[in-house]
Design a protein around this ligand. Structure first.
Ligand SMILES: [Zn+2]
Ligand SMILES: [Zn+2]
Ligand SMILES: [Zn+2]
Length: 136
């Protein structure tokens, strides 16, 4: 006999974020997910492999049936980063230059995401300098 446990939120179906379907685990209305649920975790990224938005790479791993692909640098003008607060989709370049805030609504984005950019976006050509670790 089934108990009257509250039904868990659908783990796999997309959540509509301002009309954009976002896939993943426990995706909230501003794209927070099972893995990243802080105040500033409000972006989702469209993956190059399947053209679906996910809040994070772990959500992609959990839900997709394939390896995640990173965006090649020549595709950085593709609209692929969704602000969960206002629903604007930004080009990757715009997002990467946006200093961890939404250009449209001003919502703060998690600056820690920078450490994970290589999981989503092809890193800059190696020049012996790591541009992400220059701020010492
Ligand atoms: Zn994919
Ligand atoms: Zn996640
Ligand atoms: Zn926004």
């Amino acid at each position: 006999m089934r108990t009257a446990m509250p039904e868990a939120r659908d783990d796999h179906g997309p959540t509509a974020v301002h009309g954009t379907p976002v896939y993943g685990i426990n995706v909230g209305p501003e794209t927070r997910c099972e893995h990243y649920g802080a105040e500033t975790d409000v972006i989702a990224i469209r993956f190059a492999c399947c053209n679906r938005f996910y809040p994070c790479h772990a959500c992609h791993d959990a839900v997709a049936d394939h390896e995640a692909a990173v965006w090649p640098r020549e595709a950085f003008d593709e609209p692929a980063v969704l602000c969960g607060v206002c629903g604007t989709v930004f080009a990757i370049n715009t997002y990467l230059q946006a200093e961890s805030a939404c250009r449209n609504c001003g919502a703060a984005f998690n600056p820690g995401c920078e450490q994970h950019h290589a999981l989503y976006f092809e890193p800059p050509p190696s020049s012996g300098l790591d541009p992400y670790s220059r701020r010492t």
